[in-house]
Each structure stands twice: as structure tokens, then as C-alpha cells.
Design a protein around this ligand. Structure first.
Ligand code: NAD
Length: 474
């Protein structure tokens, strides 16, 4: 008997084994964490068919609420098992893994509540001449079958951010989780089954990303694609989706400004954690810091002091702050980018060391905007510090990016904060915290190449429903 779990595909409420399987690794130990099914085209088409068929059976909002609330309760009970799976498959330190489970519980609960609040609005058609006897209102109806495709880095909560609002809004879902961190999505599907989700409302297909993505895109019964991941894949989905709905949560090279009037200890504390947690593999991880020239030296010292205290090591240990990156290849890429920056004149203040898939928290100063560590998404534990003297100058530097997900600004100057709120091109500006602040019910999504559409259950439900107009002629 194998000591690791073996998962089939989850289609129409049943677990389906496949001939072909793939191994999921424990990112720290290098051992097998799980064996997952590899779906073929016939499985993906069947999942979409069953999802479409489920839409024909009633599933009223109160029932959606009940099922989601039950899933939240079950997940809370299994918190440690989910956290250990995250530690194994992502390499995410156990304390942070528990934090992801806690956030997922909130995402599910908020989605449950939102299932009861889906509403349209009155439309005063009677205000038009000739329509005096008419009355109108809108209702929000489900989009239909939604394909949800998710990345490796936050594999439970980001799955919940798609699946739970989709179900709350009355849709059916075919989920394709990341092939390197799939198990928590499959464990979640089992909780949905236990909670009594009607068959076909959630289907999970695992295997090769490009192949499954392509089969989902080929299937006209899929009415919406909700994707979180890289810009490259997001763009390809957008190109092939045609006139169907597409929501994209993509990359970022997040900036945070440290102004001369701010609480430098607070800024250093927040930035030290939010540049390096999950080894920087967070889409709103702090990557570019712009510090006012007057406080540069003090800030860099405080940041380096704090970052140096972060404990890098075994993700299963309670004291660990930073685990391995998702693969050695990714750590090598980050190492190459940092070395290239140093060769081009950047100064290494801290870190810059690789050991297998581990890369130590790294701080660079004297960087140039053209360096990859500034212009591209590093998605690793590296923060680059540049300086400024003028407000307009720093706003231009922040905006000099193909991305625009979130930015942070440390200042107590309300006038500067308001100017930044108006002029910084992002989906969210966080004042007196770093770019990576997020709670799960807030609207979350980017501009420019960071994507289109918002997540956060109430906002995702809007994306995942159509507004339908009803006119009554009395
Ligand atoms: P990725 O784009 O490589 O993969 C994401 C998902 O897409 C995976 O499930 C993968 O199997 C699938 N996929 C791969 N090729 C596909 C194709 N051709 N068609 C359809 N699906 C395909 O991303 P990743 O490496 O897993 O995650 C890292 C990226 O995700 C980073 O760029 C990061 O910024 C982004 N991200 C964004 C957010 C956000 O909310 N904006 C959150 C987390 C991660």
C-alpha cells in the first residue's frame, strides 16, 4: 500500500481513476507527496457536460449558502491536514500554511453569505415617453459553466476565490488546479461532496496545464474562464476565449513607497515580511521599494536588520519563516537575475545565496529600472531599493511598469496619500502598509498587464453573473 494519497479526477460527484498518473513532490523532502490523475480530452469533455447538465437541476441560493457554510466548517475541522499538505506541496512554512487555511475558511464563509445577497436593481423605464405603464428591474443570472484555472503559490485560497463565488452565484465549475500543488483542491472537492454539493456543480480535472486548458477552450459549453497565473498564459486564454467572459488575475512587480515622514520602523517591519514570505512567490509581494533620499540609509539598515532575522529552513518546523521555492529551477532563475543585476552595478545588501531550491532573503540597492529584478516579475525573495526626492518623480517610477495590481505607500502626509491615490496606476493602493495587504472580502484585481476583473466574493459574483432586464407591460 502506498503511503501517499492517490487522487482520481472529481467528475459529477465521483472519483474517477485514470490510466495515466503523475507524481507530486514534497518540495522540501523531495519525496512523493501524492499521485494524481492525468485527464484526457474525454475526461475534460465529460466534466464540462456534467457541469452543464447540473445547471438544469434547481440549486436555490439558500441551499448554496448551506453547502458553502458546511464546507467552511469541515475545512476548519481539517485545518491541520490541509496546512501540512500546503507545507509539503508548496514548501510553505507551517505557520503560514495554517494562515492560508484560515483565510480560505473566510473566503468560503463570505461566499456563503453573498449567495443570499445576489440582486439586481429597479430600472425607471416609465420615465421614457410612451412607457408610462411599464415597470422594469434587473436580476443577476449565472453565467453557466465556468472553467477555473489556478496557480501553484496559494493553491487553497485562490481556488476558493474562484470556486466559492461561482457556486454561490449558481454556476457550475470545472477546476484545473496547478499540477505542482494540486492536492488541497482535491481535498476541498471531497469536502464539497461531504457537504452535499449537488453532483456536477464542481468538477476537478488534473494533469497537463496546456492540454487541459486547450480542451476547455475548445469546448463551447464553457461560458467563462477565470484564470490566475502568468501573463503569458493569461494572454493565450484571452486570445482563444473569443466572445466568452474572461477574468484574469496576473502578475505584478509591486512597488511600495517609503516617504521621508513615515514611521520607518513600521515600514521596515511590514516590508521585511511582505517581500519575503512564501519566498516572494506572491503576486503582490513587495519587489520594488522607493525610499526618500533623506531616510534611505536609516531605512535600509532597519530593513536589513529585520530581514536578517528571518529563519530560512524546514517548512514543517514552527520557527521557520521562509521555506524553499517551488523548484530548484526557479531558484536558479532568481539567482541568475540577481547576479546579472550585481554585474550591472547593483549593490548586494543582504542574501544572494542559493542552496538547491532555497534562496535567501535578498536586498539590492543602486538598482536601475532596466534590470530584470525591477522590470520583470521576480516571483522570488528579492527586493530592490531605489531612491527619490520629488513626489512626481516617485509616482512616475511606480507607474513605469507593465503591471498594476497593488502598490503600497508609507506616509502620514494626507495630501501626498491623496495625490498618490489619484495618480498611481493600480487596482489597489495601500497606505501605511505594503503592496501585499489583502483581506478576502475586498475587491482585488489589477490594471494594465496585471489583468481584468475583480476577485473578492461579492465582486467575483458580479463577474460570474449576467445582468438580465425584465420589463413588465401592465
Ligand atoms: P502559470 O501561468 O504557469 O500556471 C497557472 C495555471 O495555468 C496552472 O494551473 C497551469 O497548469 C495552467 N496552465 C499552464 N499553461 C496553460 C495553458 N496554455 N492554458 C491554460 N492553462 C494553462 O502560473 P504559475 O507559475 O502557477 O503561478 C505564478 C504566476 O501566477 C505569477 O505570474 C503570479 O504573479 C501569478 N499570480 C497572480 C495572482 C493574482 O491574483 N493576480 C495570484 C497568484 C499568482
Amino acid at each position: 500500500m502506498s503511503s501517499h494519497p492517490v487522487y482520481g479526477l472529481f467528475i459529477d460527484g465521483e472519483w474517477i481513476p485514470t490510466d495515466s498518473t503523475m507524481t507530486v513532490l514534497d518540495k522540501f523532502k523531495g519525496t512523493t507527496a501524492a499521485e494524481i490523475a492525468v485527464a484526457g480530452r474525454e475526461h475534460v469533455d465529460r466534466a464540462v457536460d456534467r457541469a452543464a447538465a447540473a445547471l438544469k437541476r434547481p440549486f436555490p441560493p439558500y441551499e448554496r449558502y448551506r453547502v458553502l457554510a458546511k464546507v467552511a466548517e469541515l475545512l476548519q475541522e481539517k485545518r491541520e491536514a490541509f496546512a501540512l499538505t500546503l507545507a509539503a506541496e508548496v514548501g510553505k512554512p507551517i505557520r503560514e500554511s495554517r494562515g492560508e487555511v484560515d483565510r480560505a475558511v473566510q473566503t468560503i464563509l463570505v461566499s456563503a453569505e453573498e449567495a443570499k445577497r445576489i440582486r439586481g436593481e429597479g430600472v425607471p423605464v416609465e420615465a421614457a415617453a410612451g412607457s408610462e405603464n411599464r415597470m422594469a428591474f434587473t436580476i443577476r443570472v449565472p453565467v453557466g459553466v465556468i472553467a477555473a484555472i489556478t496557480p501553484f503559490n496559494v493553491p487553497l485560497n485562490l481556488v476558493c476565490h474562484k470556486v466559492c463565488p461561482a457556486i454561490a452565484a449558481g454556476n457550475s465549475v470545472v477546476l484545473k488546479p496547478s499540477e505542482v500543488t494540486p492536492s488541497v483542491a482535491l481535498m476541498l472537492a471531497e469536502l464539497f461532496r461531504e457537504a452535499g454539493l449537488p453532483n456536477g456543480r464542481l468538477n476537478v480535472v488534473t494533469g497537463d496545464g496546456p492540454a487541459i486548458g486547450s480542451w476547455l477552450l475548445d469546448n463551447p459549453q464553457v461560458r467563462m474562464f477565470s484564470f490566475t497565473g502568468s501573463v503569458r498564459v493569461g494572454q493565450s486564454i484571452r486570445e482563444r476565449a473569443g466572445i466568452r467572459k474572461v477574468a484574469l488575475e496576473l502578475g505584478n512587480n509591486s512597488a511600495t513607497i517609503v516617504h521621508r515622514d513615515c514611521d520607518l520602523d513600521l515600514a521596515a517591519e511590514m516590508i521585511a515580511w511582505k517581500s519575503f514570505n512564501n519566498s516572494g512567490q506572491v503576486c503582490i509581494s513587495v519587489q520594488r521599494v522607493y525610499v526618500h533620499e533623506d531616510v534611505r540609509d536609516a531605512f535600509v539598515r532597519k530593513l536589513a536588520d529585520r530581514a536578517a532575522k528571518l529563519v530560512v529552513g524546514d517548512p514543517y518546523e514552527e520557527r521557520t519563516d521562509i521555506g524553499p521555492m517551488i523548484s530548484e529551477k526557479e531558484a536558479q532563475r532568481v539567482e541568475a537575475w540577481v547576479n546579472e543585476a550585481i554585474a550591472e552595478g547593483a549593490e548586494l545588501v543582504l542574501g544572494g545565496k542559493r542552496d538547491g531550491a532555497f534562496y535567501t532573503p535578498t536586498i539590492l540597492t543602486r538598482v536601475k529600472p532596466s534590470m530584470k529584478v525591477c522590470s520583470r516579475e521576480v516571483f522570488g525573495p528579492v527586493v530592490s531599493i531605489d531612491t527619490y526626492t520629488e513626489e512626481d518623480e516617485v509616482i512616475a517610477k511606480v507607474n513605469d511598469s507593465e503591471y498594476g495590481l497593488q502598490a503600497g505607500l508609507f506616509t502620514n502626509d494626507l495630501r501626498f496619500a491623496m495625490k498618490a491615490a489619484r495618480e498611481i496606476e493600480v487596482g489597489g493602493l495601500i497606505v501605511n502598509d505594503a503592496s501585499s495587504y489583502r483581506v478576502d472580502h475586498m475587491p482585488y484585481g489589477g490594471v494594465k498587464n496585471s489583468g481584468t476583473g475583480k476577485e473578492g466574493p461579492a465582486y467575483a459574483i458580479k463577474e460570474m453573473t449576467e445582468e438580465k432586464l425584465i420589463v413588465l407591460n401592465l
